[in-house]
Design a binder for this molecule. Structure first.
Ligand SMILES: [Zn+2]
Ligand SMILES: [Zn+2]
Length: 172
């Protein structure tokens, strides 16, 4: 045999070692091909592209390395989840801005004074600036005007003096 026995390893043992190494490499190569196929399926929606990635992985090791460089960074599942989250957030935002007529349930805008469907009154306009007033408001928040029948009478400033007077009037 032309392979000399070095450090006490004879050609028989070397031959077995080389065969084992080749076997390990073949198993690893098959594993990378399968890994590429499985990974591509999770990241790429187009089955043709998944096939291309798998075929590229047949080129031992280099194919898989190239695939890992050019593959999409995100799993399809994560992408779908993120899209659903964005949709839900948009729906929540939209929901926040939707109002319904309390009489007929027709969708109305916040600033509507009268329901366009059942023609019933929704809000009164401010008598000064004419902006729509929420029934719960007690003054117009836009122009600070009083709302007749809603704005409480203003506090008189002479309360401490009155209290003193009341205390003095009390018989001791
Ligand atoms: Zn209505
Ligand atoms: Zn006003």
């Amino acid at each position: 045999m032309f392979v000399p026995a070095v450090f006490g390893i004879d050609s028989q043992a070397l031959d077995t070692a080389v065969k084992l190494l080749v076997l390990v490499l073949v198993v690893m190569w098959l594993a990378t091909v399968y890994y590429t196929f499985a990974d591509a399926r999770r990241r790429i929606a187009d089955p043709l592209l998944v096939g291309c990635a798998t075929v590229a992985a047949l080129f031992p090791f280099i194919g898989t390395i190239v695939y890992m460089i050019v593959r999409p960074p995100e799993y399809l599942e994560d992408q779908r989840e993120r899209e659903l989250e964005i949709q839900a957030a948009e729906a929540r935002l939209h929901e926040h801005d939707v109002h319904y007529c309390p009489h007929c349930g027709y969708q109305v805008e916040k600033a509507f004074l009268r329901c366009p469907s059942c023609l019933r009154k929704l809000k009164d306009p401010c008598q000064v600036c004419a902006r729509p007033l929420d029934p719960e408001w007690r003054i117009c928040p836009y122009c600070e005007a009083d709302i007749p029948g809603k704005t409480p009478p203003r506090r008189r400033r002479r309360r401490p003096a009155e209290e003193t007077a009341a205390a003095e009037a009390k018989p001791s």
